[in-house]
Structure formats: C-alpha cells, structure tokens
Design a protein around this ligand. Structure first.
Ligand code: SAH
Length: 353
C-alpha cells in the first residue's frame, strides 16, 4: 500500500528523465518518498542513457593514496588530525612513480593522486612529480584529490600537467556543512575552490557522502540542485561509514539503496557525468560496486597504493581491498564487471559531452 505522497514519486521520476531537472521541492519529494518501483525505473533509464554515451564501457582510475597526514579535522574522517591513533605515512616521489608504472602495465590510463591536506607536498614538489608522471606516461590523465589550496597553487599544478581535480563539496547546505566540519573550515571556501578549479580548466569533480550525520532529503535535494547547475565532469558519491576514532563513531552508515537511487538520479540530471561506483559502496555491501554500475555509475577507482600503506589510509572502518596487491584488485574487478555484462576498458576515460 503506498501513501499519497509516494504516488507523487513516479511522475517526478518520469519528469526528471524528460527534462533533466526538477525543483528543489520536487527533488526533496523524490528522495523522501522513494519507492522500489521508482528506484527500478530510474536505474533502467539511467543505464539506457549511459549506454547511449558510453556503451558498456567502465572506466578505471588507479587510486594512489600517497599521504594520510592531514591538517584538517573533518568530523567524519578517520585521518582527521585529532585522531592520534592514526599511523601516519607519506610516500616518496619514487614510490608514487612506481605505482604509476605498475598501474600502466595493468591498463590504467588515469592516475588519481589523493591525500590528506599535507603541507609536506609543496607546489614545487607536486609540480615536479606531475611532470615526471606525464613524461613517463604521456597518454595518461593525472587527477588530483588533495583538498583545498590557493588559486595560484591550483594554477601551477594545472600548468604542470594535472588534468582533473576531485574536490567533493560534501554537502551543498551551509548549516549542514558546518556540523560536519570544524570552525576553521568554510563552506564558502570549498565552493570557491570548485569554481576556481573549473575556471582554470580542470575537468572538475564534486560530490558528497550519502547518509552523513544530519543529512536530510532537503539537504540532498540541495546537493542535486547544485549538481544540476554546476554540471561537474565527475561526481563522487558514496555512503558515509563511521570511523571508530571520530565524533561520529556511533552514527549510522548510509545505505546502498539510497546511494544507488542517487546515482541513477545524477545520471539523469547530467547524462555524460563520470560517476564512480565507490570503494565505500563496496564496503557496505559485497556487491555494492556492481549495484552502483547497474544503477548508472560508469567508473571504478581501484587502489594502486602499496599494500603496506593501504590499511593506514583509513577514512572509515572496514575498508575493503586493503590486503590485496594492485594486480589482484584489477583481476577481481575485471571478473565482477564482466559478470554483469560490462567491460573495463584501457582508456583515459574523459567525459564525452
Ligand atoms: N583531503 C582530500 C581528500 C579527502 S578523502 C579532500 O579534502 O578532498 C576523499 C573523500 O572521502 C572525502 O571527500 C569524503 O567525502 C570521503 N570520506 C571521508 N570520510 C568518510 C567516511 N567516514 N565515510 C565515507 N566517506 C568518507
């Protein structure tokens, strides 16, 4: 038996498919009164539009988590500076380059360099590193995911050859943002960074956690409205998962169902968007990454970090793939993806606008 408001959902889903846009209140209704029927419909339509643009190709990015030092203190994150029990590590430039070489051999044509906000990596050091990666692998894209920096810094890194930048906005609701971050971090600055990245010329990615503490259908509707207007090249979403050494240790995790529902909606809002099916999704459900692809995602970001540091890049509890070598992860994903009728391709995987 569905309640009257649930009856509003299917027409909104159909409208979204036609117009690629809804009002804030409509997104909120679509989320609050989600039904299994609407989820199935949205997933089917999302898969259809993605097939028109990308066929059955799934793009992969080799993720190199090169440092877990962080000057920030985000309340949800396991590598926040207040977590004294985090075992900190930094990779040397040579180690990062070796990860890229290994990844290249495994068919990766994008390397994502991710870290906490670690002052040890100056613009000069990062620029030199980016140049060396691009020299060694000119047919590859370099993506950075290293947090908030100055306009001048972003510009230098871009000129050194970085192609893309991932900076999740985390939530498009300022009051919600302030409950997830310490006082010294600002919503306005995060948004300014995203605008700067786009202006400089990066393929730019935003994104948010699903089920973060304090999130509501209303704040999620704001996220969708933001994506609708910003039209990011990439949008990274994954469930929030509590980390035992953070203030949110006892908060509930996000769900695979809501994450997949939002993936389908994002695909329909902006059909060409590059949407990863994240490791966090694979962590809360053994088939999570497959479910994400079947809901409309088209990117996977397996880990290329040396096995010795994987456990230490500990954003949330029980993260998967911390015992495997890069080649094992690659083989495992290959099998999982072909089992659902898709194909991992050796390609930079740029957005097809
Ligand atoms: N310092 C970089 C990289 C952050 S880690 C930056 O600021 O962009 C990458 C992403 O992991 C974050 O943007 C956040 O959305 C996600 N994340 C952090 N803690 C998490 C948790 N407990 N559960 C799920 N995702 C989390």
């Amino acid at each position: 038996m569905s309640l009257p408001m649930h009856e509003a959902v299917m027409p909104l889903a159909k409208q979204l498919k036609e117009t690629h846009a809804l009002s804030l209140a409509e997104y909120e209704t679509l989320i609050r009164y989600r039904t299994p029927e609407a989820a199935a419909y949205l997933a089917e339509e999302a898969v259809k539009v993605r097939k028109e643009i990308y066929g059955n190709a799934v793009f992969v990015r080799g993720l190199i988590e090169f440092s877990n030092y962080c000057k920030n203190d985000c309340l949800y994150c396991g590598i926040r500076r207040s977590n004294r029990s985090a075992e900190r590590y930094r990779l040397r430039d040579e180690e990062i380059l070796a990860c890229c070489d290994e990844g290249y051999g495994l068919g990766f044509r994008t390397f994502v360099l991710q870290s906490g906000e670690d002052g040890a990596y100056s613009d000069e050091r990062l620029c030199a590193l980016i140049r060396r990666i691009k020299e060694a692998h000119p047919d590859c894209a370099v993506t950075l995911s290293i947090g908030e920096r100055s306009f001048a810094s972003y510009e230098k890194l871009y000129q050194a050859g970085a192609d893309r930048y991932l900076l999740r906005h985390e939530t498009a609701d300022q009051a919600h943002y302030e409950t997830l971050h310490p006082k010294e971090m600002s919503f306005a600055h995060r948004m300014e960074c995203l605008q700067a990245l786009r202006q400089i010329g990066y393929q730019t990615g935003c994104g948010f956690m699903v089920g973060s503490p304090g999130q509501t259908p209303h704040t999620l509707a704001e996220d969708l409205k933001f994506v609708e207007s910003f039209r990011p090249d990439m949008c990274g979403i994954g469930p929030f998962i509590p980390h035992h050494e953070t203030p949110f240790a006892n908060a509930a995790a996000g769900t695979v169902e809501l994450t997949c529902y939002l993936l389908s909606i994002l695909r329909l809002i902006y059909p060409p968007v590059l949407l990863p099916s994240t490791t966090a999704l694979g962590t809360i459900d053994p088939k999570g990454r497959e479910k994400g692809i079947l809901a409309g995602a088209n990117v996977l970001m397996p880990n290329l970090s040396p096995r010795t540091v994987r456990k230490k890049y500990d954003l949330y509890d029980n993260k998967i793939c911390t015992e495997e070598e890069a080649a094992e992860c690659r083989g495992c994903l290959e099998a999982r993806i072909s089992a659902i009728g898709y194909k991992i391709v050796t390609d930079r995987g740029d957005i097809r606008k």
